[in-house]
Design a protein around this ligand. Structure first.
Ligand SMILES: *[C@@H]1O[C@H](CO)[C@@H](O)[C@H](O)[C@H]1NC(C)=O
Ligand SMILES: *[C@@H]1O[C@H](CO)[C@@H](O)[C@H](O)[C@H]1NC(C)=O
Ligand SMILES: *[C@@H]1O[C@H](CO)[C@@H](O)[C@H](O)[C@H]1NC(C)=O
Ligand SMILES: *[C@@H]1O[C@H](CO)[C@@H](O)[C@H](O)[C@H]1NC(C)=O
Ligand SMILES: *[C@@H]1O[C@H](CO)[C@@H](O)[C@H](O)[C@H]1NC(C)=O
Ligand SMILES: *[C@@H]1O[C@H](CO)[C@@H](O)[C@H](O)[C@H]1NC(C)=O
Ligand SMILES: *[C@@H]1O[C@H](CO)[C@@H](O)[C@H](O)[C@H]1NC(C)=O
Length: 501
């Protein structure tokens, strides 16, 4: 734009134009909500925030090369002053933000713009080493410590990690390689781990190529995991999707997961360490999950279940090309329990086993496990399911002298693959009933006839987590908007000064 060259008038016009543009921008935003997703937008969260800042306010560089670890930590440390003053939000704008691990704070929201990518650093020095989880006694990959997660929080309350489908890229390939070659010094990091915390939301993000597990809430309660897309090569090691671990009151919904390990793995500690810690995963809802996991389970319960797993309600699940639908994994020495499990409305396409229970999973933390610590597996209900192209309907192996009891399977039709096993059901050390199941189950699950078609229970009450609501919050960027604007204002001030001379 050309301005007249008179010394005073141009600045006046410039300022008026700027004010005009701002008003115009804001009014457009109010009408066309997502018109300008950098300066104003709305999003769903368990709590809205009074304060906000953008990563660029702290000198973030989104070039994919410059490390932003210190910038993230400085931004969050700064925003933590608002913990008891309405909370805060850190906005991550479009860009490739290379970063090592950083710690989040309470009453805090991390929001990733749809074109923002957090690129996890591959430099091990960017990852602090922290103690093993007390309920595991050691790291999963190595004895001793473990690399802290990319986004880590402990002893927090009210945390939200969300976006309009922004991406967290774990750049896991180098970690997988070290794992395969036995070159890891410590256990691999996860993408998100929140410990000892309450009121957590992780939603509307895409997570790719995690070094190991993706989302790990542990020793926590009141958790919503919603709208995640999680993608890792199906051959990548231990890239579990979502692992609620010793957590109370969790809701996982509307997630799409393709991974090299279990899509959802419910856990509660390992052998003698998990027994001593004694913290179960209870009151877990899983719904509208789509899973592709050719070498693992759609929903796994265990194998670390020594603190107990109880009251899991899963429904509306779509499984494609996965090894097993629901799998219980345990072993002598685990102790603990898996009980009151309810799954209904599952569609399975191309599976090795629709149902799988493994009583001799092994995989011990060390040799000090108690051989008398037998897990209790009881009241397991599967109903209203259709499966096609299945190699074997079920492989249900309890523990000799410690049978898995109260297994109920009803209204389930499993269409076997052309190359299916001759015996579709193989059951040992299990007890229960079935009704309306095709092909006819094993003798340990006697068919009770179609009048029992709804025999298997699915609770009708709701859980407290169903009452944790997401509300509409809005983010408005404070003026001046970004560094370009700041520069414009600086130039204007300089012009003004020069004009005064
Ligand atoms: C996630 O995104 C969907 C669709 O854009 C929206 O309906 C939902 O409220 C969002 N949920 C959360 C928790 O952010
Ligand atoms: C994050 O917290 C952990 C332990 O709680 C600590 O070891 C680590 O140094 C912290 N990271 C940063 C970047 O401050
Ligand atoms: C976090 O909470 C746990 C359990 O209450 C406690 O043992 C631990 O000391 C706390 N850690 C910090 C850093 O406050
Ligand atoms: C989020 O992004 C992923 C990866 O690009 C895509 O597959 C998915 O459909 C997106 N989700 C939504 C709700 O737009
Ligand atoms: C049996 O399961 C199907 C879904 O596979 C469902 O549509 C139907 O209502 C169920 N029947 C009964 C009697 O519950
Ligand atoms: C059935 O499963 C086999 C693998 O067991 C797969 O190769 C084949 O493509 C599947 N067929 C269909 C129709 O999905
Ligand atoms: C059934 O499973 C048992 C182990 O649980 C195994 O020894 C046996 O060979 C299996 N039988 C068939 C027919 O697959």
């Amino acid at each position: 734009m050309e301005f007249p060259r008179s010394p005073r008038i141009p600045q006046v016009i410039h300022i008026v134009l700027l004010i005009f543009a701002t008003i115009l921008l804001q009014s457009r935003n109010v009408r066309g909500r997502h018109v300008d997703h950098l300066n104003y937008f709305e999003y769903g969260a368990i709590t809205c925030r009074a304060h906000s800042a953008s990563l660029t306010d702290f000198g973030g560089v989104g070039d994919g090369i410059t490390s932003n670890s210190k910038v993230f930590q400085a931004a969050i440390d700064h925003l933590s002053q608002y913990e008891s003053d309405g909370g805060s939000m850190l906005f991550v704008p479009p860009g490739k933000w290379l970063t090592g691990s950083f710690n989040i704070t309470s009453h805090f929201t991390l929001y990733l713009h749809k074109d923002a990518v957090l690129l996890a650093s591959q430099d091990e020095n960017e990852w602090a080493v922290i103690d093993p989880l007390p309920s595991y006694g050691r790291g999963r990959d190595t004895e001793g410590g473990r690399y802290i997660s990319l986004i880590f929080g402990t002893n927090l309350t009210d945390v939200v990690i969300t976006g309009d489908n922004g991406t967290i890229d774990g750049q896991g390939a180098s970690w997988w390689d070290k794992f395969h070659k036995g070159e890891l010094q410590y256990t691999r990091p996860y993408l998100i781990e929140i410990m000892y915390s309450d009121n957590i939301q992780i939603s509307n993000l895409t997570l790719v190529n995690s070094p190991s597990w993706n989302v790990h809430p542990v020793y926590s309660s009141n958790i919503i995991v919603q709208g995640l897309t999680i993608i890792a090569p199906v051959t990548s090691p231990n890239t579990d999707g979502i692992n609620p671990d010793s957590c109370l009151n969790t809701r996982i919904e509307d997630c799409y997961i393709v991974s090299g390990d279990d899509c959802v793995a419910v856990k509660s500690g390992w052998d003698e360490y998990g027994i001593a810690f004694g913290m179960p995963t209870k009151q877990l809802v899983i719904r509208r999950l789509t899973c592709i996991s050719p070498f693992s389970a759609v929903i796994a319960l265990g194998s670390e279940m020594s603190g107990g797993i109880q009251d899991v309600r899963a429904e509306d699940i779509l499984a494609i090309n996965s090894e097993s639908g629901v799998r219980i994994k345990t072993a002598i020495g685990r102790g603990g329990y898996v009980k009151d499990i309810y799954v209904r409305g599952m569609t399975m396409k191309t599976m090795k086993w629709a149902f799988w229970m493994t009583g001799d999973y092994g995989s011990h933390a060390d040799n000090n496990y108690d051989p008398n610590a037998l897990p209790v597996i009881q009241n397991i209900n599967y109903r209203d399911m259709i499966a096609e192209n299945v190699t074997m309907a079920a492989r249900l192996e309890g523990i000799s002298g410690d049978p898995f009891t109260g297994i109920c399977i009803s209204n389930v039709t499993i269409e076997l693959a052309k190359q299916a096993k001759k015996v579709p059901w193989n059951c040992t050390n299990i007890e229960g009933i079935s009704s309306g199941v095709v092909p006819l189950p094993c003798d340990q699950l006697p068919e009770h006839g179609s009048e029992y078609i709804s025999a298997c229970n699915f609770p009708t009450d709701s859980l407290p987590i169903d009452n944790l609501d997401v509300q509409i919050c809005s983010y408005r960027r404070k003026y001046p908007l970004d560094s370009a604007d700041k520069q414009l204002l600086t130039t204007m001030n300089n012009d003004e000064l020069m004009g005064d001379q």
